[in-house]
Design a protein. Structure first.
Length: 240
C-alpha cells in the first residue's frame, strides 16, 4: 500500500488536484494509493495508517519543516509504516515548476518570457525548512540558463509566511532593479490560501501549483519504489 501524506485544505480544488495526482501515481505504478491528511480534511493520516499498517508513506511536502520532521513521524510511530523522504530538493519538482512557468508565460502571449522569476514557497521557521524552495530556485535558474536566452534571468526564492524575503518584498526589489516582467513560480502543491495570495500580489504572471504535474507523480513513484527495494533487501538479509 502507498499512502500519500498531504497537508489538506478546505478549498475544493485542492482535493481535485490531489485526486488527479493519485490517479496518475496509480497508473504509473499499478499500486493502490490512499491519501491521508494532516489537517482540515478526512480521512486523517492517523486513520489511514491504522487501516493500513506497514504501508509505505510518501510525504507530499515540498519542504522539510515541522510537518515532515515532527507531525508525520509522530503519527507513524508504532505503525510499522515506512516513511520516505518528502519532495524537498527533488529534481522533478524544479522541472515541473519550469513547465508550469512556461505555461504561465504562454498565457501572456506566444513569445512572452519573464525577465525575472520569484520562486514562491510556503515558508518555514525551522532550520532547513526552506531548503527545498532555495534548491528549486537554483535548479530553475539552471534550466532557464540552458534555454540559451540572450540575457540571464535572475531567479530568487521568497516566502508566503514564516521566512523572508516575502513575495511582495522580492517583487518590489526586482521591479526596483528595472525588471518589468516578473513571474512568480508557485512552489506549492495545490490551490489554497497561498495560491490565492499569489494571485493578488501583482506579478506579471503566476504559475499554477504542481501536484498534478506528471513529474510529481513520477517522483512519488520513485520514492515508493526505493522504499520497497530497501524493505525487500532488509527482509532478505534477516532471512539469511
Amino acid at each position: 500500500m502507498l499512502v500519500l501524506a498531504v497537508h489538506g485544505s478546505a478549498v475544493p480544488a485542492a482535493a481535485a488536484t490531489i485526486s488527479r495526482l493519485t490517479a496518475t501515481v496509480e497508473a504509473l505504478s499499478g499500486i493502490r494509493a490512499v491519501v491521508g491528511h494532516l489537517d482540515v480534511q478526512r480521512p486523517s493520516l492517523a486513520e489511514v495508517v491504522r487501516a493500513h499498517p506497514g504501508a509505505v508513506v510518501v510525504p507530499l511536502l515540498l519542504g522539510d519543516g515541522y510537518h515532515r520532521r515532527v507531525d508525520v513521524p509522530a503519527v507513524l510511530d508504532g505503525t510499522g509504516c515506512v516513511l520516505t523522504p518528502g519532495l524537498s530538493g527533488e529534481r522533478g519538482v524544479a522541472q515541473a515548476l519550469y513547465g508550469r512557468l512556461r505555461e504561465a508565460e504562454r498565457r501572456r502571449g506566444p513569445y512572452a518570457r519573464a525577465d525575472a522569476v520569484i520562486v514562491a514557497g510556503a515558508g518555514s521557521s525551522r532550520p532547513g525548512g526552506n531548503d527545498g524552495t532555495r534548491l528549486c530556485a537554483a535548479r530553475l535558474a539552471a534550466l532557464l540558463e540552458a534555454d540559451g536566452g540572450p540575457v540571464p534571468v535572475p531567479v530568487v526564492p521568497a516566502y508566503l509566511t514564516s521566512a523572508g524575503p516575502t513575495v511582495a518584498e522580492a517583487l518590489a526589489s526586482l521591479r526596483g532593479a528595472g525588471f518589468g516582467r516578473v513571474a512568480v513560480g508557485a512552489h506549492l502543491l495545490a490551490p489554497g490560501r497561498f495560491t490565492h495570495a499569489l494571485a493578488g500580489v501583482g506579478a506579471w504572471t503566476v504559475s499554477e501549483p504542481l501536484a498534478d504535474h506528471p513529474l510529481l507523480a513520477r517522483s512519488v513513484v520513485d520514492r515508493y519504489e526505493s522504499a520497497r527495494g530497501t524493505r525487500v533487501l532488509r527482509a532478505a538479509r534477516l532471512a539469511c
